[in-house]
Design a protein. Structure first.
Length: 585
């Protein structure tokens, strides 16, 4: 129970709550002022009604007073309307701000965000929890304004007769304790409810990502059961929420009428002793209702409790430290890459161990090794998609972590085995980057990646919506390659980005890609012997260590090196020295 509560009220949660309030300061203040004005108008009404009743009973003219009462009722309606609109604006803007911060942070965290929270849970936090957390400023402003009701009610009772206020104040501590317990219990069980929702969302996202496997295995029913397994827990958390709310309402229903009754009894006594008029008794009865009106407070506290728990869940994500960037720039150079004693741990295991590699500027290094040798992780670290746990990576003599974010991303281009293809149209997808590539650069890059032909055959060519464009795995890879080519940079890293291409296309692309380009360094993660043979040098990675560096021709002499390519069609066909010769001829 405590840990649940802690997450909702953690230090990062409180800091984030304060930041949300600060950013919506002016709007929240306006909402608070309008809501307080509405409460004040509500407080004025009983006094006006009471006085009008007294005048009626005395046979005096009351037209002006009746008009005044009607005016206050109208004003109340107007202020309530304004408060609703302002409340909606406050919620929407706070939610938008939170979503902006969270999205930016999740993208800055990169793969760590998914590894720590899971994609589905992150979506649940970004969509559901951000909307709930966004209601906090509005709910707080409304709560402060709602507090003016009971406070004003007590003051008004005191003005009518101090005894009336005394009766109410005697019961006030009970009401205060009741509200405090309600706020605490609500936050705790709502946090639980939201956490279970996040788990269901996470399981659903996994299933959507793997629906082909699930269908092929005929395991739809088992998956449905797995996704919905936390439902009983969700139901328990939901029931606890209702019990907390029900208990608070029941206690309020018992305490508030008793206090009302007490005020009315004293008012009746004072009327009998001619210390109060009939109108004042009427006003006192209405003020007693206002002063004990904890219903509105309970409602606002419930909203705040939900918002507080949701803010805690957003703060958990924001507390995950994102990699920082320096402010440095790169000297002129052609992308000399150095990995110095690079080590990396994953899942508590050493995946890269003391890797020392130098790729001279303008040359191509192929990284080969058995599955799981650490090639992809090395590719990530080489362009700072991930940081090493030990050692340094330098580009043209500058540590990657010292480079400004823009400088780093402009200098390094990536293409992947299964590229994500963001952007609305194919043109956007290829142009996608910090600065969009020009239409000419997009087409030139598509030609280099051998994507131009199939793009032109699409219904609207480059203007075809990416989501509607039918694509094979190899065509997707070519779009990913085109995106990398369109953005230049002095270091190009291809992480198995040619693996789905047929051998002819792969051969053509590597020919253009590896043609002497003194201005750019290339790092290729390769599985095919033919690709390795075309690189200037090959780094052979074995269980996270560099086993050897040399030309493919030199390394091919070792049987264990040849075994890396066992099963590769090219290797089967006897590609070795021949492949090296062919590539260079
Ligand atoms: N986040 C992670 N948590 C735990 N282990 C990880 C994580 N990321 C990678 N690994 C492990 O690190 C090792 C190296 O992974 P990597 O993807 O770099 O291998 P690879 O050489 O590219 O393999 P392949 O050729 O099959 O793509 C693997 O054993 C992998 O299971």
């Amino acid at each position: 129970m405590n840990s649940r509560h802690d997450s909702a009220a953690s230090a990062p949660g409180r800091t984030l709550s304060r930041a949300v309030l600060r950013q919506g300061g002016a709007r929240c203040a306006a909402l608070c002022a309008v809501s307080t004005a509405a409460t004040a108008a509500g407080l004025l009404l009983p006094a006006l009604l009471g006085h009008t009743l007294d005048l009626l009973l005395a046979g005096a003219p009351v037209a002006r007073w009746v008009g005044g009462c009607a005016g206050v009722v109208l004003l109340l309606a107007l202020l309530d309307g304004c408060a609703s609109v302002l409340g909606g604006v406050c919620d929407a803007q706070a939610t938008a701000w939170l979503r902006g911060r969270l999205t930016g942070h999740v993208l800055a965290l990169g793969p760590r965000a998914e590894a720590r929270f899971g994609a589905g849970d992150l979506v649940a936090r970004l969509i559901g929890n951000a909307a709930q957390a966004g209601t906090a400023p509005g709910a707080l402003a409304a709560l402060l304004a709602a507090l003016a009701g009971p406070v004003g009610g007590v003051v008004a009772l005191g003005l009518i007769d101090p005894w009336l206020a005394a009766v109410l104040l005697a019961g006030a501590p009970v009401l205060a304790l009741l509200l405090r317990a309600f706020a605490r219990d609500t936050s705790a069980c709502v946090a639980d409810y939201q956490r279970v929702q996040g788990r269901i969302a996470g399981a659903l996202a996994e299933a959507v990502g793997g629906f082909r496997t699930i269908r092929a295995a005929g395991a739809e029913d088992r998956e449905t059961a797995r996704i919905l397994a936390p439902l009983p827990e969700l139901s328990r958390a939901g029931h606890r929420m209702w019990r907390v709310q029900g208990r608070a309402a029941a206690r309020a229903v018992t305490v508030a009428p008793l206090l009302n009754l007490g005020v009315l009894a004293v008012a009746g006594l004072l009327l009998a002793r001619h210390r109060l008029s009939v109108g004042e008794v009427l006003a006192a009865s209405r003020y007693a209702v206002l002063a004990t009106g904890v219903g509105v407070l309970v409602g606002q506290l419930a909203v705040l409790g939900r918002a507080r728990a949701a803010t805690g869940r957003l703060a958990e994500v924001l507390a995950e430290p994102a990699p920082g960037h320096g402010t440095g720039g790169l000297p002129p150079g052609n992308g000399r890459l150095e990995l110095r004693a690079v080590g990396a741990l994953r899942g508590g295991r050493t995946v890269l161990d003391a890797v020392d590699l130098t790729v001279p500027g303008g040359t191509t290094l192929a990284v080969v090794g058995r599955s799981g040798a650490g090639k992809s992780l090395l590719a990530q670290i080489a362009g700072r998609l991930a940081d090493p746990d030990a050692g340094e990576v330098l580009l043209d003599g500058v540590r990657l972590r010292d480079l400004a974010h823009g400088e780093l991303r402009d200098a390094v281009a990536y293409a992947f085995e299964r590229p994500a293809l963001p952007g609305t149209t194919i043109e956007d997808t290829i142009a996608f980057g910090r600065t969009a590539a020009t239409p000419d650069a997009v087409r030139a890059a598509a030609r280099r990646a051998h994507a131009d032909d199939f793009v032109r055959r699409l219904p609207d060519g480059y203007a075809t919506r990416t989501a509607d464009a039918p694509r094979s795995g190899g065509e997707s890879q070519r779009l990913g390659l085109a995106r990398a080519f369109a953005h230049g940079g002095r270091l190009l890293i291809l992480d198995d980005a040619l693996s789905s291409l047929d051998t002819v296309t792969e051969h053509r692309i590597t020919e253009t890609l590896l043609a002497a380009d003194a201005g750019r360094t290339r790092l290729l993660i390769a599985h095919r012997a033919t690709t390795a043979a075309r690189a200037d040098r090959v780094a052979w990675l074995d269980a996270g260590r560099v086993r050897a560096v040399g030309t493919h021709r030199e390394l091919w002499r070792e049987a264990e090196y040849r075994a890396v390519f066992a099963g590769d069609a090219a290797a089967d066909a006897g590609v070795g020295d021949e492949a090296g010769t062919e590539a260079r001829s």
